[in-house]
Design a protein around this ligand. Structure first.
Ligand code: NAD
Length: 338
């Protein structure tokens, strides 16, 4: 399936199809030179599949991990592009998870004031989240996503076959963002995950999640209002990530806790818990939300003593409300999970 959208920058097309990796070369014929960038955690066989049919292609691989989403990796990659004498009519392709996409998108946006850019996301999180909306970023002085730009890939290729090499934990990491999407915006997506075999239905799940995010981003490309519903579960999730120094919890796992704690309705909480059980995510930590309050106070969504938050009305529907930080904190309380 192909989804084409007009963005504030240019037309952008999503090719969602098993084995599309083998066909990317067909969309690269007009470029003089191509650089594919990946990290060393992405199985090299994907790079081989991709470049075997590309003419004038070279690759650049940097070490995996969030700590390499850094200015140092950016300057090394820029040096490589200059050494290859890349020009504005050449193409850069990102092949990897969110770290690769965020960094390569950023470099594509600044190199010679913007170069053609394709994204091939290889984690579930990158397929349903990072490749939509054009946010690029690197971390700077230990501040996550401190530097970045809005730069939409010209084409995005989604091949669910590449997910087969992800660990279960990495797969679930992306799934939590999809569950969130179902909860805030798309009851049919939520029910699909809750009721059907997830692996057997992964293509429909990915397709729905991508369409939903595109829909939301279209309404608010620069993240000033409605797009903020995507932050559901993130206020507490981010605070938990900071509390655990980004070590014990993956981002999606922190959001999994955040969604439960921020959901007020008992029946929806129970449905979430049932999904977590189904995907073998064990909520073994007893989270005392009071412990993470100091981290909530640093949340970038806070302005003065107020915070703008998405609140679930029912599954698939939510709205943004502005409340005082104190009211938000008091509404959380402590939760205990089996
Ligand atoms: N731009 C956005 O809108 C947006 C949205 C959400 C998250 N992000 C960013 O995304 C990043 C997290 O992304 P992520 O979860 O994909 O992490 P990641 O990119 O670090 O990937 C996780 C690990 O999986 C490996 N990997 C990637 N594809 C693989 C595959 N197919 N098989 C086996 N291993 C594979 C990677 O090498 C890495 O070691 C964060 O930096 C976050 O800030 C950006």
């Amino acid at each position: 399936m192909v989804l084409s959208i007009d963005t504030f920058q240019h037309k952008s097309s999503y090719y969602i199809q098993k084995n599309i990796l083998n066909e990317v070369y067909k969309y690269c014929k007009s470029f003089h030179q191509i650089i594919v960038v990946s990290d060393d955690g992405v199985p090299f066989s994907y790079m081989e599949t991709l470049i075997k049919n590309l003419k004038n292609a070279s690759y650049y691989i940097f070490p995996h991990g969030e700590k390499n989403k850094s200015p140092k990796t950016v300057t090394k990659l820029l040096d490589f592009l200059l050494q290859k004498e890349m020009n504005r009519d050449d193409l850069i392709i990102a092949l990897g998870g969110g770290v690769v996409l965020d960094l390569v998108g950023f470099v594509a946006s600044i190199f010679k004031r913007g170069i053609s850019y394709y994204a091939i996301p290889t984690t579930l999180l990158a397929q349903v989240d990072c490749c939509i909306g054009g946010k690029t970023a690197i971390d700077y002085q230990q501040i996550k996503n401190a530097i970045g730009s809005f730069y939409v890939p010209n084409k995005i290729f989604i091949d669910s076959n590449v997910l087969n090499t992800l660990t279960k934990r990495q797969f679930n990491n992306g799934l939590f963002e999809i569950i969130k999407m179902g909860l805030i915006y798309d009851a049919s997506l939520f029910n699909l995950i809750a009721e059907k075999n997830i692996i057997q239905n992964i293509d429909s799940i990915i397709e729905k999640a991508i369409k939903d995010k595109i829909d939301i981003v279209k309404k608010d490309p620069f993240d000033r209002n409605i797009r903020q519903i995507l932050n559901y579960g993130h206020t507490l999730g981010h605070a938990l990530e900071s509390y655990y120094h980004f070590k014990h919890l993956l981002h999606g796992e922190a959001i999994a806790y955040g969604m439960l704690l921020e959901t007020k309705q008992k029946d929806i909480q129970q449905k979430l818990c049932r999904i977590y059980k189904k995907i073998h995510f064990r909520l073994h930590k007893e989270i005392d939300s009071k412990q993470v309050l100091n981290f909530i106070k640093n949340d970038k969504k806070i302005s003065g003593k107020y915070i703008v938050l998405p609140i679930i009305k029912e599954i698939g529907k939510c709205e943004l409300i502005k409340i005082t930080l104190d009211d938000f904190i008091n509404s959380l309380g402590g939760h205990h999970y089996e």
